[in-house]
Design a protein around this ligand. Structure first.
Ligand code: GLU
Length: 296
């Protein structure tokens, strides 16, 4: 926020260069921590989830803990990544500071039950919006469009260029994920191995226990970035995976609120900034055009 103000001051007056440069350095440090500007005096209609969370001053969010760029525990035990930043942006608009977000690990298979049981207030966890899941939870978003891809050992010794090449080969994915379901239903000749989290698939590929790992391209990009000598991405996405913020089914006011927050973050640049210092920094890619929110 202050970066913008500084830039605006410069544009308007063409001065205070030195002050702005040192301020920028300080902001870069802060950016690593949190950037979302916490709303101080927000009012919400009584009885809404927003009012409850704002009053509590705290929120519980489900995210991934082993996916570099989207949700990964850092050495201090705090999760970092694009999903984590999206959660901070939503919390800030609820008047909740990042330090009052309790991040809980949600793996692919337990996201719906965690939302249904009220163990989390919402989920931001590379969570594809689809009709099956919409039977039991609701989604705000999408806030990103990923696509299923394949990761192989460096040099691609098996010559895997797409999902058809997985026939007769071992491929690892995660239980409860859309990529595992895709392989099961549409590529049954592949020998699917599943775990609860993707880091275990990466270990298996490294050890030569499987020939490939399949999930969303952005998750695989994070894993390749962590082990560039061991892995490579096939780079041929074959599904659409629109990422949504999962929340309790029927909480339409909360869904509308989160959709409004996401749209605001698309417009004010905070979404792109969040991308740049997380997934974008890992992949070396600029923030794409934000997707269109689907207010179903
Ligand atoms: N986006 C896919 C899904 O929601 C794969 C990533 C994941 O397992 O979190 O299932």
């Amino acid at each position: 926020m202050r970066i913008t103000r500084c830039a605006a001051t410069l544009a308007a007056f063409g001065l205070v260069l030195t002050g702005c440069a040192s301020e920028a350095g300080q902001q870069a440090e802060e950016a690593a921590e949190n950037t979302a500007e916490v709303q101080e005096d927000v009012q919400f209609e009584a009885g809404t989830t927003m009012a409850e969370l704002n009053k509590a001053g705290a929120v519980t969010v489900g995210t991934k803990f082993d996916q570099p760029g989207f949700g990964l525990l850092n050495p201090s035990g705090d999760p970092e990544g694009f999903d984590v930043e999206i959660a901070k942006i939503i919390a800030a608009e609820l008047g909740i500071d990042a330090e009052n977000i309790e991040f809980v690990e949600t793996v692919s298979a337990n996201r719906e039950p965690f939302i249904q049981n009220g163990q989390v207030d919402f989920v931001v966890a590379t969570y594809t919006i689809n009709d099956t899941r919409k039977q039991v939870v609701d989604f705000a978003g999408p806030y990103y469009e990923a696509g299923q891809d394949i990761m192989v050992a460096k040099g691609n010794p098996e010559g895997i260029e797409g999902p058809d090449d997985l026939a007769g080969k071992t491929v690892c994915s995660v239980e409860g994920s859309t990529p595992a379901e895709k392989i099961r239903t549409e590529y049954p000749e592949a020998q699917l191995v599943t775990y609860d989290v993707y880091s275990k698939c990466a270990d298996d590929l490294k050890n030569g226990n499987v020939m490939a790992v399949t999930t969303d391209n952005v998750i695989l990009t994070g894993l390749v970035a962590g082990s560039p000598d061991d892995f490579e991405l096939v780079g041929n996405p074959f599904t659409e995976e629109p990422y949504g913020v999962g929340l309790a089914k029927g909480d339409d006011e909360f869904r509308t609120f989160i959709n409004d927050v996401l749209e605001k973050s698309f417009d004010d640049g905070s979404w792109a900034e969040a991308w740049d210092r997380t997934a974008g920094a890992i992949s070396g890619t600029e923030a794409p055009e934000p997707p269109a929110i689907n207010r179903y």
